[in-house]
Write a protein that binds this ligand. Structure first.
Ligand SMILES: [Zn+2]
Length: 283
């Protein structure tokens, strides 16, 4: 049982679809406002694997927000304001190599930003509603994902006999359209692994708030350059995602259980600001 004082707090955050929280009992729904506006939806707090977890539907319940319209800054800020320090971000992607077919679980260790119109920093020099002004801060993103979170995700997948791909590069495109064949072949020729639409700026913003962030990508289709058929269709993506959502949820829960305990983080994410004054108070 969780006491009232903790009911609206969590230490782990999950940004993903309704398949990950809709079956939980005793969910507390919290509306959170942020200096950047409203997050994608209310945050749903529940108990899982002995942890208090905050779920945020990335596209909103009902999936009304396309990837390029998601308020990523509000989403990460909202989670941190509830006490979250470690975030898991499952998402659907296209495979850029024939061997990364539908049903592949890949835990990337790098990403490439190919988005074009997204606010991707809290350090934009613009005053917040409380009058504070962000300083100019450059965080390191050489290793964009939390090593402890990646290890927990990989171990969880192996524990379910779902051998994951350990590492790889996630290309994040603006969307909402899928890639052309030429784009897709170009990404593949660079040695990149999978392509999605939501991984950036999620990971970068998490780092700016000194949050641990781990991406878990589920391949739902081969991208246009890696297959010879009619190209990616939305229906195909939804079909493969629903066929895998149960086991992805199980892996996600095991990964949550395997994360470092609250307050016991010992990774590069914790000191991402290197003691620099962000110019505003982290939530
Ligand atoms: Zn970390």
């Amino acid at each position: 049982m969780v006491n009232t004082a903790n009911a609206q707090q969590a230490d782990v955050g999950v940004i993903g679809g309704s398949g990950f929280y809709s079956f939980l009992d005793d969910v507390t729904e919290v509306h959170v406002d942020t200096p950047y506006g409203a997050p994608s939806d209310s945050v749903l707090l529940g108990d899982m694997a002995g942890r208090r977890v905050a779920f945020l539907p990335r596209h909103g319940r009902g999936h009304h927000l396309p990837p390029h319209r998601i308020n990523y800054r509000a989403n990460l800020w909202a989670l941190r304001s509830l006490g979250v320090r470690q975030v898991l971000g499952p998402c659907a992607v296209g495979g850029l190599r024939p061997e990364y077919g539908p049903g592949t679980l890949l835990v990337p260790d790098q990403f490439v930003d190919r988005t074009t119109g997204r606010t991707q920093s809290y350090f934009d020099g613009l005053p917040l509603p409380d009058g504070s002004v962000p300083n100019v801060v450059h965080v390191s993103l050489a290793d964009p994902y939390c090593p402890a979170g990646r290890a927990a995700a990989l171990k969880a997948a192996r524990g379910q006999d779902w051998e994951p791909v350990d590492g790889g590069t996630l290309v994040v495109i603006e969307g909402p359209r899928f890639s052309t064949r030429a784009e897709s072949r170009w990404y593949a020729s660079q040695g990149w692994s999978v392509v999605g639409m939501t991984g950036h700026p999620e990971a970068a913003l998490a780092r700016e708030l000194e949050l641990c962030y781990t991406s878990m990508t589920l391949v739902t289709d081969l991208d246009a350059g890696a297959e010879s058929g009619a190209g990616v269709s939305h229906d195909e993506v939804l079909r493969v995602f629903s066929a895998n959502v149960d086991r992805l949820r199980t892996v996600l829960f095991d990964a949550v259980a395997g994360l470092p305990a609250a307050g016991a983080r010992d990774c590069l994410c914790v000191g991402a600001l290197g003691g620099m004054d962000p110019g505003f108070r982290l939530p």
